[in-house]
Design a protein around this ligand. Structure first.
Ligand code: PLP
Length: 496
């Protein structure tokens, strides 16, 4: 029998990988977890010779055991192709004694592409395997970045449609332009007269509307989400840690079985959890270094054992990490509670009712693999400036939060020799203004696209295709609606 999954809040019901991908979230509100973390069954010498796609197969087949070889390889090859601007898919760049794992070479130049480029294929394969005949309609509310990455991932994927709702006056001009210029016959983008929370609530209401579900079923559709807690987004993220390790080994930077550290700029805890899973598959990782911005709820959790979201929400220059509830942390809590769904469910209930929970001392001892710290706004800017001045390499604000925490880790622990991989989660071109402002205030008066050209010159890197496209791309969507009109907008689009 293959690997089965169950909810972090109820261990009784078992699901196959494809069922867990199709459902996304368990009915009890819990997250799907594998009953055990499978070991890698290939040697490091074998991995060293593999391409990204081959590595992806070696890792993912261990988790998605009800997919056939052909199905899984098909998903992988459709995802990691020329949508990425380098054949390496996730290249490593050495700068100032660390290795930056660039996860931003996909269509929207940020790390969400690593998972969202394959999720549509995993989802549609899962639907067919479970005899779902309907087309899958993805409904997404976005505050900016996820919407574009999901659109790019689902565009023209047969058997799917995607509708993205964004707050008409709540995203940056570049983010809006990225979305409303999206090509693809199965895509639809709608501005909402309201904020992100209202858009999100509107989408949730459609998911819970039984009458609408029946009506859709008659038309041959069913709703699904591309939510970041889907196991189909987590598993593809394990791949690049294994790949990074094998590249370091292949180019002689590390010896066989030598441990490396990993630093991850963290928001929802998905990316670093993937590194934790990689370690548990047998990859020689020493410390998992969890980097936060000024929303340092995770740093406080690692230092005190109490998770407490009751605090001021800070808007920072690393907005994709501005999060007070790190959903994927639930998978770690479940594990250190001894895979005890009942105990985990109690913590999560405390989180809902009082906004906090405190883990036991026994659970805390199992967090020894992790180190947490944070980087302030001022420190983030100086990290970007200093790295550029010392090496010429330009990193984005999220990556700079990680680099800043790595410096603190070295000072705190004296662990200066272990080779260290820093997850680089966005291209500096995605956060051009903050990055250029960190390097020199003289750029303040330039327009967004002047800054793009200046950054290209300064860093000696080509302007990414994703940015070039929006300079000239045609606006394809101008639909704007009120929150209560969302269901009708969905109906109209699906009738076309
Ligand atoms: C989403 C995101 C993060 C945070 O990743 P999590 O998996 O949510 O912890 C960090 N950096 C960037 C650029 C992101 O888009």
């Amino acid at each position: 029998m293959g690997l089965m999954y169950s909810s972090t809040r109820n261990g009784d019901k078992k699901f196959t990988a494809s069922q867990a991908i199709l459902k996304g979230l368990a009915d009890d509100g819990g997250l799907f977890v594998p009953e055990s973390i499978p070991a890698l069954d290939v040697t490091i010498d074998e991995l060293a010779k593999m391409s990204y796609q081959e590595t992806a197969y070696a890792v993912m087949k261990q988790f998605l055991t009800d997919f056939t070889e052909e199905e899984l390889k098909n998903c992988i090859n459709k995802a990691y192709d020329s949508k990425f601007d380098t054949e390496e898919i996730a290249p490593l760049v050495q700068a100032d004694g660390a290795y930056y794992l660039e996860l931003f070479h996909g269509p929207t130049i940020a790390f969400k592409d690593m998972a969202l480029s394959i999720l549509p294929h995993l989802l549609i394969t899962s639907a067919r395997k479970n005899n779902v005949k309907n087309d899958i309609v993805i409904l997404t509310a976005t505050s900016g970045d996820t919407g574009k990455a999901a659109l790019a991932g689902f565009a023209d994927v047969e058997g799917t449609k995607i509708i993205v709702f964004y707050p008409k006056h709540g995203v940056s001009p570049i983010q809006e332009k990225q979305m409303v210029t999206q090509k693809g016959a199965n895509t639809f983008v709608v501005g909402i007269n309201g904020n992100f929370d209202q858009a999100q609530t509107g989408v949730k209401q459609m998911f819970n509307d039984k009458a609408m579900a029946e009506e859709m079923d008659k038309e041959g559709y069913q709703f699904s989400s591309a939510n970041s807690i889907n196991i189909g987004r987590l598993v593809p993220q394990i791949v690049y840690y294994v790949y990074a390790y094998s590249r370091l080994y292949a180019n002689g930077a590390i010896a066989k079985d030598e441990k490396i550290n990993v630093v991850v700029p963290t928001g929802n805890f998905g990316n670093i959890l993937a590194a934790f899973y990689a370690k548990n598959m047998g990859l020689p990782i020493g410390k998992l270094i969890c980097a936060s911005n000024e929303n340092k709820v995770l740093y406080d959790f690692f230092s005190t054992g109490t998770y407490d979201k009751n605090r001021e929400f800070m808007l920072t220059s690393s907005p994709s990490m501005d999060i007070l509830i790190s959903s994927n942390l639930e998978r770690l809590i479940y594990r250190i509670a001894g895979n005890d769904a009942k105990k985990n469910a109690e913590f999560m209930k405390d989180l809902t009712t009082s906004g906090k929970y405190e883990i036991t001392d026994e659970m805390r001892t199992q967090l020894a693999d992790f180190y947490g710290n944070y980087t302030s706004e001022e420190e983030t800017a100086s990290v970007i400036k200093k790295l550029f001045e010392d090496t010429g390499y330009i990193i984005d604000t999220h990556t700079a939060v990680a680099a800043g925490v790595y410096e603190k880790y070295k000072k705190d622990t004296n662990d200066v020799d272990t080779k260290t991989v820093i997850a680089s989660t966005a291209s500096p071109f995605k956060f051009t203004r903050s990055v250029m402002d960190a390097i020199d205030h003289k750029y303040d008066s330039m327009t967004d696209f002047e800054l793009v050209d200046e950054l290209s010159k300064l860093g000696n890197v080509k302007v990414p295709q994703a940015i070039e496209e929006i300079r000239s791309a045609e606006v394809l969507y101008d639909t704007v609606c009120d929150v209560d009109e969302m269901p009708d907008v969905v109906r109209r689009f699906l009738k076309k």
